[in-house]
Each structure stands twice: as structure tokens, then as C-alpha cells.
Write a protein that binds this ligand. Structure first.
Ligand code: NAP
Length: 249
């Protein structure tokens, strides 16, 4: 039996790599993102497995679009076994007093509201399907634990993801819904391109930071995804080992 996964942000970076790994492992995968050309590229890279993938050009900030995407997935494949709640954005360095309300709202809409809409629809589906249950993996960040300078919106939304994880995990127990969180530090992706050249540190200096290969994230994600529903990795931190996090710099 093919298991069914929904991966948000499957048009690039972490979501794309994890979606391709699920397809390789025999899952049916809904690829979700706003850019349909980039989703088509993910499909193309799935090669022989592309028959088990569907691309959904969906904005996670729009609850109606998210609802209709989940409806289509269930119509086509009957259930949802896994949600990788991964779509997210970061913002340029901004001090709290200079943050435009629109930028703040965009970060909250994407990283928190969007993640909640997807979690909520997945939860309802997993609660009501037979057999009951499923797994939700939220993509947090090192920023769910410690901020970078000038990152109030990203940090606040990623701290909020930890709240989603804990609350949904507790509420999911009764329905065999396992909710966990992967907190990633500096994987090589579009989002972290600038870290290779030099990024502002807490002491005001600019320094390049170590990044890790995507394969470490994919391996960790797949370990979480493939656990039986009686087990859960509640939180895991997978990070470039030499990045400035542990040790206050
Ligand atoms: N890279 C890292 O080291 C790192 C570290 C910690 C946490 N993370 C987290 O990992 C996640 C993925 O980041 P990444 O590094 O893979 O960055 P990325 O390559 O920029 O990917 C971000 C993905 O999110 C999707 N997305 C953004 N807004 C969306 C929206 N409104 N609706 C639907 N999809 C949307 C994008 O697709 P479209 O543009 O096609 O919509 C894209 O596929 C984010 O939540 C990020 O915070 C990354």
C-alpha cells in the first residue's frame, strides 16, 4: 500500500529534497507551492516516480486554497498519512522599530497562519479517516530556540511553530496523530545562500557560517516520517556542526 504525503514548499530547497525522497521510498506525494513552473521541475526530477506525485499550485496563506488542495488529495488517493508542514519565508535584517506592518503580516501569514491552516486540515482528515491517524512534521528552525540579529518576525513565528507542535501533539494522542518538529540549522538552500559569503553575527561582525549538506536533513526527516504511529520524534535539531549556536557564538 502506498502511503500518502502532503509536502508544502515542495518547489525548492528542503521541501523538494524531502518530497523526492518520499517518492523514491514509494509514497504518493502532493507537491505544494505557489510557483507551478518550479513544481513541474520537482515532478520532472522525480523521473519514474512522477506518476505517484501531484503538483498543487497553492498559497498556504489562503485557507480556502489549502482546504481545496486537501480535498483533491483525498479524492484522488483516499487519505493523508503524512503532512510535512515546511513552506516558509525569511525576511531581510530589520530592527523591531523599523519593521513594516505588511512585512510582519507576511511572515505571520506564511510561517504561522499557513502552517496552522495546513495542520488543521491534515488533523481533521487524519482524525476522521479509516484507519485513523497519521503524522505531522512541522519545520521549525534553530530560530525556534535562539534568534539571529534583526530577525524578530522570523524568530517569533518559528517560536510559535513549537507551540503548534506541542499543542497538536497533545490533542493528536487520542486519534493516533503523531506530531513532531524538525529544527534545522544552516542547510545549503536558496534561503541560506548568503551565509556562505558572510552574515551578521550577534557581536556585530560579519562572518561566513558553516552549512551542511541537504542529505543530512533528508535522512533525519525520513527517519521521522517512517516511524510507526506508536512512536514519535517530538523535537530534533539537525545543524551544521560548526555553526555558531551551541557555545554562545
Ligand atoms: N535552509 C535552512 O537552513 C533552514 C533552517 C531552518 C529552517 N528552515 C525552514 O525550512 C523551510 C524551507 O526552507 P528552505 O531553506 O527550503 O527555503 P526555500 O528554498 O526558500 O523554500 C521555501 C519553500 O516555501 C514555499 N513557500 C513560501 N511561501 C509560500 C506560500 N505562501 N505558499 C506556499 N508555499 C510557499 C516556497 O515555494 P513557492 O515560492 O513556490 O511558493 C518554497 O518551496 C522554511 O520553513 C524555513 O524556515 C530552513
Amino acid at each position: 500500500m502506498h502511503k500518502v504525503a502532503v509536502v508544502t514548499g515542495a518547489s525548492s530547497g528542503i521541501g523538494k529534497a524531502c518530497a523526492l525522497a518520499l517518492l523514491q521510498d514509494g509514497w504518493r506525494v502532493a507537491l505544494v507551492g505557489r510557483r507551478s513552473d518550479a513544481l513541474q521541475q520537482t515532478l520532472a526530477e522525480a523521473g519514474a516516480h512522477s506518476g505517484n506525485a501531484l503538483a498543487f499550485s497553492t498559497d498556504v496563506c489562503n485557507d480556502q486554497e489549502v482546504a481545496s488542495m486537501f480535498q483533491s488529495v483525498v479524492q484522488k488517493w483516499g487519505r493523508v498519512d503524512l503532512l510535512f508542514n515546511n513552506a516558509g519565508i525569511s525576511l531581510p535584517h530589520t530592527l523591531p522599530g523599523d519593521m513594516a506592518v505588511d512585512s510582519w503580516r507576511k511572515a505571520v501569514d506564511t510561517n504561522l497562519n499557513g502552517a496552522f491552516y495546513c495542520l488543521s486540515h491534515a488533523f481533521k482528515q487524519m482524525q476522521t479517516q479509516t484507519p485513523q491517524g497519521g503524522r505531522i512534521i512541522n519545520n521549525g528552525s534553530i530560530s525556534a530556540h535562539a534568534p539571529r540579529p534583526g530577525s524578530i518576525a522570523y524568530t517569533a513565528t518559528k517560536h510559535a511553530i513549537s507551540g503548534l507542535t506541542r499543542a497538536a501533539n497533545l490533542d493528536g494522542r487520542a486519534f493516533d496523530i503523531a506530531v513532531g518538529q524538525i529544527d534545522i540549522g544552516n542547510v545549503a538552500s536558496d534561503m541560506t545562500e548568503r551565509m556562505a559569503n558572510g552574515i551578521l553575527q550577534a557581536d556585530g561582525s560579519i562572518k561566513p557560517e558553516a552549512r551542511m549538506d541537504m542529505s543530512s536533513v533528508v535522512e533525519t526527516f525520513m527517519t521521522m516520517a517512517k516511524l510507526p504511529l506508536s512512536s514519535n520524534i517530538l523535537f530534533v535539531t539537525v545543524m551544521a556542526n560548526k555553526m555558531p549556536f551551541v557555545g554562545r557564538g
